[in-house]
Ligand binder design. Structure first.
Ligand SMILES: Nc1ncnc2c1ncn2[C@@H]1O[C@H](COP(=O)(O)OP(=O)(O)O)[C@@H](O)[C@H]1O
Ligand SMILES: [Mg+2]
Length: 376
């Protein structure tokens, strides 16, 4: 019973048994063949030796028996030696195979227990080595995911703290009578609440986007129309801030196979940023064109620009070049992250360019025209 359990549970024992079975089969085949052939081979040799031995039947029979006994003895000895050799070799190879598997097993248990830095040593180039590499890659991804999760919690807590403490201090002022209960005070509270609401909305959107759960309701729509209506929605804000908005849309801009509300969201995001980070008197251009098999949309501004060290990070969630400036505009640093996910969901690309601070920025995204799902 115990042996059976051991065999079922231990790879090393299984390998050992497999080796043993192979050796036993080999020995059996060898012995059977020898048993079968030995008498006739002996008879043939004895017949050839008859000239020397003479014709004594007792001597021939004796010789025959002794030879056979010798063959048996040799076979028995050889079988024993073969089994001993098999045991030694199998112990060695089983250990070589089992050791890395066991190392991976132990590492996976430590990872499951929360130690994400755990890695295994890659000792070979065979399938086990490949498995170890795949294991390490998985562990790395888990570690990164865990890091991002912790970061996210920290960021969200941080974002919640500012509006909440403003509301708290306003309320305390009201209770203590330091602040007058007048519309301006209430508007301050309302502004902070609106900021919290926007943050929660953005977070919801972000979590859906990062889980890859953005449902696209694609339609065949005019890209120029999408841009024009997004511009119309932001027109009042551009006028308020005295920033010029120019659309450069060629006549022959094709229709695209997209989710109109999602593309509009990307446009509003980029144009909203352009407006937010451009001083009064500045200009924002929105250009669209077809390049190879993509529609390319460009939002260029004459705003504050982005220095090269920040450029690679601005699509990361919660990343803001100037936190106070962004927050004053109601930004939480999630807008571009969501835009990136939305563009990716459409199989497009999005990137930013800027010559540096004060030189303006250009945000560009593409939508494939020859997408497999495009009916045109
Ligand atoms: N048009 C732009 N000009 C300069 N900086 C920009 C522009 N758009 C985005 N950024 C920078 O990228 C950061 C991330 O943008 P975004 O994700 O929209 O967050 P935010 O909520 O701060 O606007 C911003 O905080 C800002 O520093
Ligand atoms: Mg923004």
């Amino acid at each position: 019973m115990r042996l059976l359990t051991l065999l079922r549970r231990r790879l090393g024992w299984k390998l050992f048994l497999a080796h043993l079975v192979i050796v036993l089969i080999g020995v059996t085949v060898l012995a059977t063949t020898a048993e079968y052939h030995a008498p006739s081979a002996l008879a043939k040799h004895i017949a050839q030796m008859r000239a020397i031995l003479g014709d004594d039947p007792a001597l021939v029979a004796d010789l025959h028996d002794n030879f056979l006994a010798a063959v048996h003895e040799v076979l028995l000895f050889a079988a024993g030696a073969a089994i001993v050799a098999a045991v030694i070799v199998s112990t060695f190879t089983a250990r070589r195979i089992v050791a890395p598997v066991r190392a991976m097993m132990e590492a996976s248990q430590r990872i499951a227990a929360g130690d994400y830095r755990e890695r295994v040593r890659v000792t070979s180039e065979d399938e086990l080595g490949t498995l170890a590499q795949a294991f390490n890659r998985m562990a790395e991804t888990l570690e990164r995911t865990e890091q991002r999760r912790l970061e996210l919690i920290g960021n969200v807590a941080h974002e919640l703290r500012t509006p909440l403490s403003s509301i708290k201090s306003i309320m305390e002022g009201l209770i203590d009578g330091v602040l007058p209960p007048e519309p301006a005070t209430f508007l301050d509270v309302q502004r902070e609440v609106a900021r919290l609401q926007r943050l929660v909305q953005d977070l919801e959107e972000l979590s859906r986007a990062e889980a890859g759960q953005i449902a696209l309701h694609r339609q065949y729509v005019s890209l120029a129309d999408l841009i024009r209506s997004a511009a119309a929605r932001l027109e009042p804000q551009f006028e308020d801030k005295s920033v010029n908005l120019h659309l450069v849309l060629p006549e022959d801009l094709p229709k695209v196979w997209v989710d109109p509300s999602r593309v509009t969201q990307v446009l509003l995001n980029l144009m909203g940023n352009a407006l937010q980070y451009t001083s009064p008197g500045g200009t924002v251009w929105v250009r669209a064109r077809v390049q190879e098999d993509e529609a390319v949309v460009e939002v260029q501004d004459t705003g504050i620009g982005i220095s090269p060290e920040h450029l690679p990070h601005i699509f990361e969630r919660f990343y803001r070049v100037d936190k106070s400036r962004s927050r004053a505009g109601g930004g939480s640093g999630i807008g571009l992250t969501i835009a990136k996910h939305l563009v990716k969901a459409h199989d497009g690309r999005i990137w930013a360019e800027s010559l540096g601070p004060g030189q303006g920025s250009t945000f560009t995204f593409t939508i494939p025209l020859s997408s497999s799902s495009n009916p045109a």
